[in-house]
Design a protein around this ligand. Sequence first.
Ligand SMILES: C[S@@+](CC[C@H](N)C(=O)[O-])C[C@H]1O[C@@H](n2cnc3c(N)ncnc32)[C@H](O)[C@@H]1O
Length: 256
Amino acid sequence: MASHKQLPRTAQIRLVSSHQEVYEPCDDSFALVDALLADRNNLQEHHPSLCMEIGCGSGYVITSLALILGQEASGVNYIATDINPHAVEVTRETMEAHGVGAELIVTDIAAGLEQRLAGLVDVMVVNPPYVPTPEDEVGVEGITSSWAGGENGRSVIDKILPVADRLLSEKGWLYLVTLTANNPSEICQQMRKKGYASKIVVQRSTEEESLHIIKFWRDVDTVGDEPDQSVSGFIGSLLTQIRLLSYWRGTNSDKC
Ligand SMILES: C[S@@+](CC[C@H](N)C(=O)[O-])C[C@H]1O[C@@H](n2cnc3c(N)ncnc32)[C@H](O)[C@@H]1O
């Protein structure tokens, strides 16, 4: 697990509009953007072709990601979804105000997009509804769907993870916001069974909650392994990074 150094937030993001039923950027949004900032160099060297946010809300996170990747990363495409149509509208205005083009879709997670996007998403960011609530509050219309996460706050998260697995490319990275109540280590173990390594990029406690921003990436060596924070785990992930780099330089060189 990496320790988190405090980094400046992307204060330059201007929200040009708001809506009473759209989630305003909050501590969890800031922690996710701080995780992207902490991983800025890796993200820039990753050369993503397609970045996606599920549950874009105001557009603060995906717009920050676009600014972090920089204007020079001209070949990057952005897609964002939200179940709330007002959120998609506010995101559209936020992104336009910052000169970032994106495809914005009102849908449940990525319904209707999976066939087209399977195996293509290089960076996915998700700040899901993670607050433990009664199950019948999940997915209801309006602002409640921003936080209502059902039992252990896992209802929406557990639907997103298999979708992420199908949409992420071979070199795909997922940045996911979780709460301690969501049992993040169990999420990491679930993803490990699917072949993903993980690390906590940012860990932050506020008065109300303890947040973990977890990064996942495919690692053939991790299938079925126990969580491994040891030197051999570090070397394993280093080898994976080298393999990914060779993959990118070799088979994907025509993309850049
Ligand atoms: C905690 S808010 C995060 C908003 C924004 N990404 C941020 O970090 O400020 C969660 C967002 O997920 C959206 N959402 C909830 N359930 C969803 C679903 N099933 N599919 C897509 N979006 C969903 C909500 O409408 C809300 O905008």
